[in-house]
Design a protein around this ligand. Sequence first.
Ligand SMILES: *Cc1c(COP(=O)(O)O)cnc(C)c1O
Length: 358
Amino acid sequence: MIPVTKTFFPPLEEYQQRLQRVWNNQWLTNRGELVKELEQKLKKQLEVTNITLTTNGTLPIQIALNVLAKKGEVITTPFSYVATTSAIVWEHCTPVFVDIHPEYLTIDETKIEAAITDKTTAILATHVFGNPCEVEAIKKIAKRHNLKVIYDAAHCFGVRYKGKSLFEYGDVSTCSFHATKIFHTGEGGAMFSKDNELNHKLFYSHNFGHNGPESFYGVGINAKMSELQAAMGLTVLPKMNKIFDDRKRVVDYYNENLDFSHFQKLKIREETTWNYSYYPVIFKNEEELLKAQKLLNEENIFPRRYFYPSLNKLEYVEKSVMKNSEQIANTILCLPLYYKLQDSAIERITNLINNFKE
Ligand SMILES: *Cc1c(COP(=O)(O)O)cnc(C)c1O
C-alpha cells in the first residue's frame, strides 16, 4: 500500500537514548530539560526570535485567537485544514471567509479589505502547503485597519521567505508537529512571535497563566509539550536535512515527469525556499479527479483530497460562496510524498496518472 504520507520513524535506539535522559531526570512535563533543549535548537536552526513549544498545532491557533481576536470577526481562508476554521468558532469568534488565489491557493489579499467591518479584529490565514501568503500586502491592510495577523503555518517547517523564516511574519505564527507533518514530535506544535511582550503573553497562556506557583498572569490553558514529545523531536531534528533532500528527489521527479496538460501544479510564490511538504495536482474537473483517484486506489495507491470540502461549506458556519476555493477543493489531489518513497513507486504513480484518461 502506498499512502499519501508516511510518518518518519527515527532509529529506535536513538529515541531510547533520549528517553534514558527523561528517566534519569525523573521529569515528564512542565518544561523539562528536553523541551528547553528542543526550543533552543529549533530557535537557532529556524532563526526565529521566539518560540514556545506546544502539545499540538491547534492549541496555539486557539491561544493566539483568544489573546488577539477577542470574540470578533476573523477574516480567514476557506482553503485549509478544518482546524483553521474550527479554532475560530471554538474561540467564540466569527469566521468571515475571503476567497483564495487560484494558483497560489492562499487567501486573495486583494479581496480582504471588502470583508472588513467594525467587528473585525484579526486575519487568520494559512500558508497552504508551505506556500507563503502575500504577507507584505496583508501587513499593510492590517496596519491600516488596526487588525492582528495570525498565520496558520502548520505546513511551514523550514520554509524561508525573502531571506527569513516564514514563522517571523505576522503577529503570531503557529506550526504543527503532528506525525503526518514534515517535522514531528508525534503530536506537537509551536507558536512564534517576534513581539517580546506578546510572546510573553502567549507563553503564560500555554501554562494556565502561571507566573510562579501561586501567581497568575491572566487566564490560560494547558498546551504544554511533554518530555516524551520533545525526546521524539530531538531525535527527528538531526535527520531533517536528509528528509528535505529525499523529499526533493520525489518532487523533482513529479515536476519533470508529470504531464501538466492534464492538470495544474501548485505555484510557489517567488523568493520562497520551500520545504517539499505536499505535492498537489489540480484537475480540470472533479470527474477527472475521481477517475484518477479510482485508478490509483485500484493499484493500492492512496492519494488524499487535501483540502476537501472548502471550509465555507462546513455546517456550523454562515453560508457563503467561495468560487475559487470550492473549485480547487473539488479538483485537487495530493500525491504520495514521503521520505524513502521508492523510485519505482513514483514512476508507477506518474505513469498511472499521466494516462488516467485511457
Ligand atoms: C495539521 C494542521 C493543523 C492542526 O495541527 P495539529 O497538530 O494536528 O493539531 C492546523 N492547521 C493546518 C493547516 C494543518 O494542516
